[in-house]
Design a protein around this ligand. Structure first.
Ligand SMILES: [Zn+2]
Length: 343
């Protein structure tokens, strides 16, 4: 009898030890069904095929210290697996993809931004997993997406927040995570972490940029999920789906058209095009970083006309921001007016 109990106990111990941790996630239908996946990618390919993405899996190489307490999820590896899966989905949709690293190599923080700025890419996406401020906290877990600066700062780009919102919504949904309690929609300004500075990788990157903190590798519940390559594919699909929907909602395209002069006033005309109409109330014009009301919008001609004093022997920077009826803001637009004669 004693032997029987010992057998049961040792069996329990043995099976308990040999079992992999139970991990909970759902794979979206479009990922399990190859036909649905192809159809989904085909539907969104027209919106993505002319876009170049710069994917930046955080850390790696000499920087492998961030990991969960079980040692299962090493952040550097999680990030690169998610990044590679995202690259694959984007490429299947016809988009171009550049990566700061696609294996376990060291890339300095500054170089990630420099590479992105020189790459000619349209969008920069940095992929990370998170850790709490308090040591030993193994329960905090949520999905968050960061954009640079806050609304009152000149360097704030509202389109970065649009992009963050779309990616955040679909990624959090795919992971079945909340967006945390520090924000209503799971998107955060990087000033939330580093006031008035933000993340260096977002501050130094001049192309539109967001940073994803997909989940907490320190969470005992999240760690085994992040360690699973299948789950990393689900994460990548969430990001991909957010990008698909963001680009489908359209992005207003602003470009210099022509100009005219009335005595000492210079009238600069800019075209603004979008698949939907432009929301007049959303238009903001800056002259040398100061907001101006001296502009008009012709909805039929799709033209914004900015009035400034005639520029002679000086330089003025015009910046225009506008959103379409879906609420999506334009990509950063700056026009440097150097000399009236040269234009
Ligand atoms: Zn990180």
């Amino acid at each position: 009898m004693k032997f029987f109990y010992m057998l049961v106990v040792s069996l329990l111990v043995f099976t308990g030890c040999s079992q992999k941790p139970v991990i909970y996630y759902e794979t979206p239908n479009e990922l399990t069904d190859e036909q649905l996946k192809t159809k989904f990618i085909e539907t969104y390919s027209p919106y993505l095929k002319n876009i170049t993405f710069f994917i930046d899996p955080g850390h790696g190489g000499e920087d492998r210290r961030n990991k969960g307490s079980k040692g299962l999820a090493i952040e550097a590896d999680v990030n690169v697996r998610v990044g590679r899966a995202l690259r694959s989905f984007l490429q299947q949709a016809g988009a171009k993809v550049i990566m700061s690293r696609d294996k376990d190599t060291t890339v300095a923080l500054k170089d990630r931004s420099l590479l992105a700025n020189k790459s000619g890419a349209d969008i920069f996406i940095s992929i990370h997993s998170n850790a709490p401020g308090q040591e030993g906290d193994n329960s905090t877990n949520y999905t968050s997406t960061y954009y640079h600066a806050t609304e009152s700062d000149y360097e704030y780009e509202p389109m970065e927040r649009d992009l963050a919102k779309y990616v955040q919504r679909d990624l959090a949904y795919a992971m079945r995570n909340s967006g945390g309690l520090g924000s209503f929609d799971g998107t955060y300004s990087d000033y939330h972490i580093y006031p008035k500075q933000g993340f260096s990788v977002l501050r130094l990157t001049t192309i539109p940029a967001i940073l994803i903190e997909a989940g907490f590798h320190t969470s005992s519940w999240e760690e085994p999920r992040l360690a699973s390559e299948d789950f990393n594919r689900v994460e990548a699909w969430g990001i991909f789906r957010g990008l698909c929907r963001y680009f489908k909602a359209g992005i207003p395209k602003i470009s210099y058209k022509d100009q005219s002069f009335i005595e000492k006033t210079q009238l600069l005309n800019y075209s603004i095009l979008d698949s939907t109409s432009i929301d007049f109330k959303s238009i903001k014009v800056f002259v040398d970083s100061t907001a101006t009301q001296r502009f008009t919008f012709d909805e039929k001609q799709k033209t914004i006309t900015v009035q400034i004093p005639k520029v002679v022997n000086e330089k003025k920077t015009i910046r225009i921001i506008a959103a379409n009826k879906n609420g999506n803001f334009s990509f950063p637009f700056y026009d440097v007016v150097t000399d009236t004669l040269s234009r």
